[in-house]
Design a protein around this ligand. Structure first.
Ligand code: NDP
Length: 458
């Protein structure tokens, strides 16, 4: 179906979640499609993000479970954690998944170029390794994001730090780690390392971690980090890092005058679109103030035949969002089924231990938007912890619009909150009322039942 003037109907730059989905669906609609990936098929999620991170979360959680099991009568002699064999298993699984991503493309008839592509002009791409150029009628930019770190001028010694990418390359478990940041990545890895027995310190520039989340959730997670043994230092940032000889060779100075020693320092201070050197200027594609590729609701850039999806657009930086955006683009442009993806009411989880699950508005936003809202919240010690001696409590909160009783936000901090919020997300997205929550019979005994038994406004 390719226009004879071009080599391809569609060229996709990037083999991550958004790009792979768009390429496969477009090819299924009969388009002649090519995709270029400079590193490994699967992108951040599969190779150095969600998937290997979740394996690390499971690994650290097993440690806690072994400990807890003793109060349930198990005679457990806690063996040592073998980081090397765990990482070998993790990488084997990542390799398997990456292979599946590749075969999915090949089976769909997509031409895959395992090399970097850069714009020459608005219809032409240069393949950097082979030196080939290819042309395409339509182009989709799905290059994702990359961890950001300050420059050495701003933070002397920053070259001695790792980012989340580097965590998956570690060959030994550190003894002392310091993590900078208070977002998703910093909080998740602080729990992972603490759970694996690493002395962990989190340095956050604000007061309470997880900026942007509901304030109650933030407070619970912040306290939870400390309960998990993480040393949390707030209202300060790194000033300099020096490498010395010795067991904990990295010597860190903070702007508040404190000093810390570590063998690994991880920067988790945000991500940026992976657009360096992509040649967007040769195609005339505009970029916004946050380095994001600016797009309309169809994911179209300012250039008529070029689209962008996923983290490179910085709309909502989550894998399932990139998948939906890529799918909607492919159906719209090649399937004769124009549609957009709505970016509201997206349920999400933070894999702290316990997890955070959230969907809809936070209390502050809801009050600003609707004025009068009712708040229902509960904090309790789950049944399981009555026997194992743990003091950890779970937290649940519903935000209800007073005018029509609709639940506009749900926030949970609990084991399995990610699983709960996926289900709850259906109800909240569908616009159910608090009365309908109340009419729903509880599943007993569970943690989740509390979500339908909260009767008292706070
Ligand atoms: P976030 O934007 O979530 O957090 C960045 C953190 O770094 C914030 O605490 C921020 O502080 C702090 N920070 C920013 N700049 C500086 C600086 N110059 N000096 C010191 N601290 C700084 O980014 P992440 O990298 O953690 O995650 C990126 C995105 O990836 C997330 O937003 C999420 O969408 C996605 N993600 C999703 C996951 C999931 O679904 N479970 C897991 C991991 C990532 P402040 O709060 O003050 O702004």
């Amino acid at each position: 179906m390719a226009d004879h003037a071009y080599d391809y109907d569609l060229f996709v730059i990037g083999g991550g979640s958004g790009g792979v989905r768009a390429a496969r669906i477009a090819a299924g609609h009969g388009a002649k499609v090519a995709l270029a990936e400079e590193y490994r098929m699967g992108g951040t999620c599969v190779i150095r993000g969600c998937v290997p991170k979740k394996f690390m979360v499971y690994a650290s959680d097993y440690g806690r479970k072994i400990e807890e099991a003793q109060k349930y009568g198990w005679d457990v002699s806690v063996g040592a954690f073998d980081f090397k064999s765990f990482m070998a298993n993790l990488h084997a699984e990542v390799d398997r998944l990456s292979g599946i991503y590749m075969s999915g493309q090949v089976n769909a008839g997509v031409d895959v170029f395992e090399e970097r592509a850069e714009f020459v002009d608005a219809h032409t791409l240069k393949l950097v390794k082979s030196g080939k150029t290819v042309t395409a009628d339509k182009i989709l930019i799905a290059v994702g994001g990359t961890p950001w770190r300050p420059d050495p001028e701003e933070l002397p010694g920053v070259e001695h730090t790792i980012t989340s990418d580097g965590v998956f390359q570690l060959t030994e478990l550190p003894k002392h780690i310091v993590i900078a940041g208070g977002g998703y990545i910093a909080c998740e890895f602080a729990h992972v390392f603490a759970g694996l027995g690493v002395e962990t310190c989190l340095v956050y520039r604000g007061e309470t971690v997880l900026n942007g989340f509901d304030m109650d959730v933030r407070t619970v997670v912040h306290e939870g980090l400390k309960e998990a043994g993480v040393r949390v230092i707030t209202n300060t940032v790194f000033e300099s890092i020096e490498k010395r000889e010795g067991e904990t060779p990295l010597h860190l100075k903070l702007t508040n005058g404190m000093t810390l020693d570590a063998d690994v320092i991880m920067m988790a201070v945000g991500r940026r679109p992976n657009i360096n050197g992509l040649g967007l200027e040769h195609a005339g594609v505009q970029v916004g103030e946050r380095e994001e590729i600016t797009v309309d609701e169809q994911s179209r850039t300012n250039v008529e035949h070029i689209w962008a999806v996923g983290d490179a657009t910085r709309r909502v930086e989550l894998t399932p969002v990139a998948l939906r955006e890529g799918h909607a683009f492919a159906d719209s442009e090649f399937g004769g089924h124009p549609r957009t993806f709505e970016h509201d009411m997206i349920a999400t989880a933070v894999f702290t231990q316990p997890e955070v699950g959230t969907v809809g508005l936070v209390e502050r936003e809801a009050r600003k938007k609707f004025g009068a809202v009712d708040i229902y919240k509960t904090r309790f010690r789950p049944m399981k912890n009555m026997l194992n001696g743990k003091s950890e409590r779970v937290f649940m909160k519903l935000i209800v619009r007073q005018s029509d009783d609709v639940v506009v936000g749900a926030h949970i901090v609990s084991p399995d909150a990610g699983e709960m919020i996926q289900m709850l997300g259906i109800a909240v997205k569908a616009g159910v009322t608090k009365a309908q929550f109340d009419e729903t019979c509880a599943v007993h005994p569970t943690i989740a039942e509390e979500i339908v038994t909260m009767r008292t406004k706070s």
